[in-house]
Design a protein around this ligand. Structure first.
Ligand code: AHG
Ligand code: MN
Ligand code: MN
Length: 330
């Protein structure tokens, strides 16, 4: 019997992984896989634009302000276009909602099908683009309710109702992280074959790590409990890491542990981060990896949003570290 050579290079692609996941749900019809493949295609295009933005003139401001009152970067618009075009061709998508668009986009209504709503922050941390800092895309997939006629009401669902959530980090490599409710899987884009390949499945966030991630410039306007926590952390040898791109800060927290927070501030009394396409998907990922996520006193995933661009406070990360912060918030 000739010896079998082990040429088994890693060929567990994102698509294969999602198909295997989908096979575990007898009711699944393959629609869901097509949505993830649309996000993956858009992510590859966005990664390419981000990595050669200066050469292609895509760097810099678009010259418009979005509904958030933030100046749009050209790449915010390019990323938004890529996601809208890739997802718009998928028959299983009913509604799309983006950080960059005032209102959700209704693609299919009622009997025309469309089982899912896809919500996204097309380019998170885009104010960091000019300086080459890691930026990302965040997405959340919800079921569509054909009996609800307002797009806003359809997408305003608590995070516990997410079918899937994840993000793409355009950092030192292009990383795709996703959960469908059965643990967290991490993929890396192999640029030579153009596929996201599985690097780690059932990823777990470390129980503890003495690192906190917050914009301390606003600390004097944080509610008192956060200020008392920071004083405790300073006195107990904690270190601070803050990149200013939520995807990069949350990814580091997921891999190495610690706590990430964006508390209420004077400028943003409800917190700066948006529930539907930043806090909720990241909370799903963090809980699926064994961590915790709170928005004020409530578990982030149980918050009921009423507006598409609603903001909430964010506190997420290692179980032990989040509980430590919560001791000071009580
Ligand atoms: P976006 O670029 O999508 O508007 O998000 C920016 C967010 C988030 O990425 C980050 O955590 C936060 O803004 C940083 O805010 P500060 O600059 O106020 O710290
Ligand atoms: Mn963002
Ligand atoms: Mn954004």
């Amino acid at each position: 019997m000739p010896m079998r050579h082990d040429f088994s290079e890693n060929l567990m692609s994102l698509q294969s992984h999602i198909l295997l996941e989908e096979a575990k749900h007898p009711s699944a019809s393959g629609d869901f896989t097509w949505i993830v493949s649309a996000i993956s295609l858009a992510a590859k295009s966005i990664s390419n634009h981000v990595r050669r933005a200066r050469l292609s003139g895509a760097i810099g401001k678009f010259g418009d302000t979005n509904i958030q009152g933030e100046e749009q970067q050209k790449l915010d618009v390019i990323a938004n276009e890529a996601l809208m075009r890739c997802l718009g061709t998928r028959a299983s998508v009913a509604v799309l909602a983006s950080e960059e668009d005032d209102e959700p986009t209704i693609l299919r209504k009622g009997k025309d099908g469309g089982k899912y709503c896809v919500l996204f922050d097309p380019l998170d941390g885009s104010s960091n683009l000019d300086t080459g800092v890691g930026v990302g895309t965040i997405f959340s997939i919800l079921r569509n309710d054909p009996n609800v006629h307002s797009a806003q009401a359809t997408v305003c669902q608590p995070g516990v109702r997410q079918v899937a959530a994840g993000y793409v980090l355009y950092g030192s490599s292009t990383i795709f992280v996703i959960t469908t409710g059965n643990g967290v899987a991490l993929f890396e884009l192999d640029p030579f074959i153009g596929s996201f390949l599985l690097v780690k499945d059932q990823l777990r966030v470390p129980e503890r790590n003495s690192v906190y991630s917050v914009n301390e410039a606003y600390a004097s306007t944080f509610p008192d409990g956060y200020q008392r926590y920071l004083a405790w952390a300073h006195a107990n040898g904690y270190s601070s890491r803050y990149i200013g791109s939520m995807v990069a800060d949350v990814h580091r927290t997921l891999l190495t542990g610690g706590v990430f927070m964006y508390p209420p501030t004077k400028k943003n009394p409800e917190g700066k981060l948006r529930y539907l396409y930043e806090a909720s998907p990241m909370a799903f990922i963090m809980e699926q990896a064994g961590g915790l996520a709170y928005s004020g006193d409530a578990r982030t995933l149980e918050h009921q949003p009423h507006k598409v661009h609603e903001r909430v406070p964010v506190l997420l990360g290692s179980r032990g570290e989040v509980e430590k912060v919560r001791e000071f918030l009580r």
